[in-house]
Design a protein around this ligand. Structure first.
Ligand code: FCB
Length: 469
């Protein structure tokens, strides 16, 4: 028996039917920003604004997935993936943000889904991974309540066209990032630094989630959150309060709204704004029944209430403010763990913690880890990438998934972030998260060692599945 088989048999053996996936998002990979009638998104505008993205990088071409999707699906098939999570570019479907539907945009995703299905890979479609049509930003963006209603219309149009193709629908990827990096810290598009509007935006993103779930009435639909384990630096009252605040803004503001239909009282009390934007019926809408919760997990925060420290866990690449509206005084301290190339601390125990917590504190809901992975400074060595650190990261976090399942968590899948190196937002092409390397000049794809390893784990697990599954 090889070491890998032993590993699978002992530690990394997962239940039959477990979704073995990888994830990407539209703006990060597609390119073709002016093709087939696509409109402008806030990321097109942001990347062209000097000083917003490291080295002035943009994603006009990105990794050319729009033209190379067949090759990319073939790579997924070679890896043995059973599921692929991607996002739809809203401005491809509605170039003006509302009204007119661009058939050519829908056709692209239909072709992609067809290709996936031909390779027995389940399409997991995310409706919003941060590329808001610029036309809607011009009318106020997410702080404008109307945007949530426009989103529901967009969702219904995509659902109408693709309902027979998609395995699992999900609404908004990581509403925390879209609201607080987009409208408070300004690190992400549209780059506004308006803390009170960031809160309004967060509520409207939640509302957009609920309204779109209702509008689609999809066979299988989920919401997506990015959760962090949060630890106080000490047991002092000040640090415990800091941890409560950051956990509140990052995790509970979204989980409680989506799964319990209310905002946590303590978080509302911390905010510098009256919650008069919450209208009657909103919380019930946001609490629309879901089939699955998509959890993105990367790291743990260690926080202190002592002011004057770092305003986030890792340095931002560009000049930006604090995303922690109402809790700007909280400091992020070094928890003493090894870090990735993003400066994010590696802590697989945090994944067990958050998964078991959701299972314990919220109504029962199946979950998947919908993003997990790490950037490292890869070296191309004679056509290979020996990315042992990334492999170790994925292995440790798959171990955490297994531990959570053994503890009774209904975890039904794992998606590596990312399938391929791509445009990493404010970091441009400076950070590589892929298990597949992409040469950004030639667009050549090469499986990294982590991809070969992941593929072997998948094969070992799928060997035990009934063939008709
Ligand atoms: C997540 C995003 C994804 C990628 C990873 C590294 O927050 O959803 O697009 O940037 O982080």
């Amino acid at each position: 028996m090889t070491t890998q088989e032993e590993q699978t048999r002992s530690g990394l053996r997962f239940p039959a039917g477990f979704a073995w996936g990888a994830a990407t998002s539209a703006y990060q990979i597609e390119g073709a920003v002016a093709e087939d009638g696509r409109g402008t998104s806030i990321w097109d505008t942001f990347t062209k604004t000097p000083g917003k993205v490291l080295n002035g990088h943009h994603a006009d071409v990105a990794i050319d997935h729009y033209h190379r999707y067949r090759e990319d699906v073939a790579i997924m098939a070679e890896l043995g993936l059973s599921a692929y999570r991607f996002s739809v570019s809203w401005p491809r479907i509605q170039p003006d943000g509302s009204g007119r539907i661009n058939q050519k945009g829908l056709d692209f995703y239909r072709r992609l889904c067809d290709e996936l299905r031909e390779h027995a890979i389940d399409p997991w479609l995310t409706l919003y991974h941060w590329d808001l049509p610029q036309a809607l930003e011009d009318e106020g963006g997410w702080p404008n309540r109307d945007t949530a209603y426009r989103f529901a219309e967009y969702a219904a149009a995509v659902h109408d066209a693709l309902q027979d193709y998609v395995h699992t629908w999900s609404t908004v990827n990581e509403p925390w990032c879209a609201a607080f990096l987009g409208y408070a810290s300004g690190e992400h598009a549209p780059g506004r630094r308006e803390p009170e509007n960031a809160i309004r935006g967060a509520h409207h993103l939640n509302l957009a989630h609920g309204l779109s779930v209702q509008a689609m009435n999809a066979r299988r639909v989920g919401g997506c959150v990015n959760l962090y384990a949060v630890t106080p630096e000490t047991d002092s009252e000040r640090d415990l309060d800091a941890a409560r605040r950051i956990d509140g803004l990052q995790n509970r503001f979204f989980l409680d709204a989506m799964l319990l239909g209310r905002y946590p009282e303590d978080v509302l009390a911390d905010l510098p704004v009256e919650p008069d934007f919450i209208q009657p019926g909103d919380m019930k809408t946001i609490n629309a029944p879901l089939d699955v919760l998509l959890v993105n997990y990367y790291s743990r925060f260690t926080v202190s209430g002592a002011p004057g420290g770092k305003q986030s866990a890792a340095a931002a690449p560009t000049d930006s403010g604090s995303p922690w509206v109402g809790s700007e005084h909280v400091s992020f301290v070094n928890g003493g763990r090894p870090v990735t190339a993003m400066g994010w601390e590696i802590d697989e125990g945090g994944l067990v913690e958050i998964l078991t917590r959701v299972a314990r504190d919220y109504p029962p809901i199946p979950m998947v880890v919908s993003e997990n992975g790490a950037a490292f400074d890869d070296v191309l060595d004679d056509g290979r990438v020996h990315d042992r650190e990334r492999q170790a990261y994925v292995e440790a976090h798959l171990g955490a998934c297994k531990e959570a399942i053994d503890a009774g968590v209904p975890l039904e899948g794992y998606f590596a972030w990312s399938l391929m190196d791509n445009f990493e937002w404010a970091w441009g092409y400076g950070k590589r998260f892929g298990i597949v390397r992409v040469d950004f000049e030639t667009q050549e794809r090469v499986l990294k060692d982590s991809a070969h390893w992941y593929s072997e784990i998948i094969r070992q697990n799928r060997r035990h599945e009934p063939t008709d599954s």
